[in-house]
Design a protein around this ligand. Structure first.
Ligand SMILES: NC(=O)c1ccc[n+]([C@@H]2O[C@H](COP(=O)([O-])OP(=O)(O)OC[C@H]3O[C@@H](n4cnc5c(N)ncnc54)[C@H](O)[C@@H]3O)[C@@H](O)[C@H]2O)c1
Ligand SMILES: [Zn+2]
Ligand SMILES: [Zn+2]
Length: 368
């Protein structure tokens, strides 16, 4: 079939929205009609050419929500009409990692996904016979996508698509960092560095876990106000003195749990230093630049601090994204402030510009 999609042709150039060809779903695959898709830093990072593992041509986008249109052979868990959220982090429910509660890093399709292929090593998108690779296994800057069944979470049809798509990436990452990776205990003191989609999700996650005090650190006063709306009790301007301020605010000890959601290694170090001696846990969600390293004084670890990394918040997507969506529908998370711009597929490059200007949290592409 023919569809419109935003193709990354050349790194550093605007995406080119055009008609491409999409093949039928094969065994274990599902055709999804997209209704909404968030525009994320990871899309921009790849489009810019900064990601050394990036490739082109490819259809970007990975924060999709839509409806199953058709299923290929051997698909058991989804049927036409189901509402789904795309998962760049799949869940096969069979591999050694899926069977272990300690990780969400499914091993089933990693290698082919990293190469821009579907699990059978081929692609479904093409143009004049030339293959166009898929991005993060999703390619949701398009009217339709074909994805593996194991990379789609079936969610409540009650959830508006523009909110459901937020769960495909940053929001679940932040929520999961607090709920899964850190498993914040009720009554705790938390400090969240960064108040973008991930950090705001972490603030909300700390609140849902019953944290008593949530200190949010960011450079932007507007973003700190958004953090207050998600449950932050104390707002702090980021920068050099942030660790000292957090120590002062916590009787000299630091926070029980700290979260890093900026991608800046200097801030990661601050998040470690702001964690409490004895049991403080620093959860790193930000993605650092290639070759960058985290500088930590080992004494901080000997005296009981720990550091954990968190990919997609440790969320096992097919099991847990539907639960998170239900918690949102039950009124536990307010998502209205996160969708700051609604754009069309043709305006996808404006979504990048808004992000570069730090204008709002998420631009969401709405498909008519
Ligand atoms: N682990 C994962 O699975 C996963 C998933 C999605 C995104 N990420 C990563 O998480 C990070 C955050 O993503 P996002 O979409 O929220 O980004 P974002 O750019 O919207 O938010 C980052 C925030 O950090 C703030 N910040 C910058 N410097 C700071 C400082 N010195 N002190 C305090 N705050 C500072 C910025 O003002 C901004 O509000 C990125 O590195 C992204 O790549 C990771
Ligand atoms: Zn994303
Ligand atoms: Zn698996």
């Amino acid at each position: 079939m023919k569809m419109r999609a935003a193709v990354l042709e050349e790194f550093g150039e605007p995406l080119a929205v055009q008609e491409v060809e999409l093949a039928e779903p094969r065994a274990g695959e599902v055709l999804v009609r997209l209704h909404a898709c968030g525009v994320c830093h990871t899309d921009l990072y790849t489009a810019s050419g900064a990601d050394p593992s990036g490739y082109s041509p490819t259809v970007l986008g990975h924060e999709g929500a839509g409806v199953v249109e058709a299923v290929g052979p051997d698909v058991g868990s989804l049927a036409p009409g189901d509402h789904v959220v795309t998962l760049f982090s799949p869940q096969c429910r069979e591999c050694v990692h899926c069977l272990d509660p300690r990780t969400n890093l499914c091993l089933a399709i990693r290698e082919e996904q990293n190469k821009g292929h579907l699990p059978d090593g081929t692609t479904r998108i093409s143009r004049d016979g030339e293959e166009i690779r898929s991005f993060m296994g999703c390619s949701t800057f398009a009217e339709y996508t074909v994805m593996p069944e194991i990379a789609l979470a079936k969610v409540s049809p009650e959830a508006p698509f523009e909110h459901a798509c937020l769960f495909a990436c940053g929001l679940s990452t932040g929520l999961g960092a607090a709920i899964n990776t850190a498993a914040v205990r009720p009554g705790s003191t938390c400090a969240v560095f960064g108040a973008g989609m991930v950090g705001l999700g972490a603030v909300a996650g700390c609140r849902l876990q019953g944290a008593e005090r949530i200190i949010c650190v960011d450079l932007s006063p507007q973003r700190l106000e958004l953090a207050r709306g998600q449950g932050a009790t104390d707002l702090l301007e980021g920068g050099e003195g942030a660790v000292e301020r957090i120590l002062e605010m916590t009787g000299g000890f630091g926070a029980d749990y700290t979260f890093e959601a900026t991608g800046n290694v200097a801030v990661m170090r601050q998040a470690v230093e702001a964690a409490r001696m004895g049991w403080g846990l620093c959860t790193v969600a930000g993605v650092a630049g290639r070759g960058e390293t985290l500088d930590v004084v080992p004494r901080l670890l000997i005296t009981g601090r720990r550091i954990a990394g968190s990919s997609f918040g440790g969320v096992k997507g097919r099991d847990q994204v539907p639960v998170l969506v239900d918690r949102y529908l039950a009124g536990e998370i307010d998502l209205d402030p996160f969708v700051t711009h609604r754009i069309t597929l043709d305006e996808v490059n404006r979504g990048f510009e808004l992000m570069e200007a730090q204008d709002g949290i998420r631009s969401v592409i709405e498909f008519s």
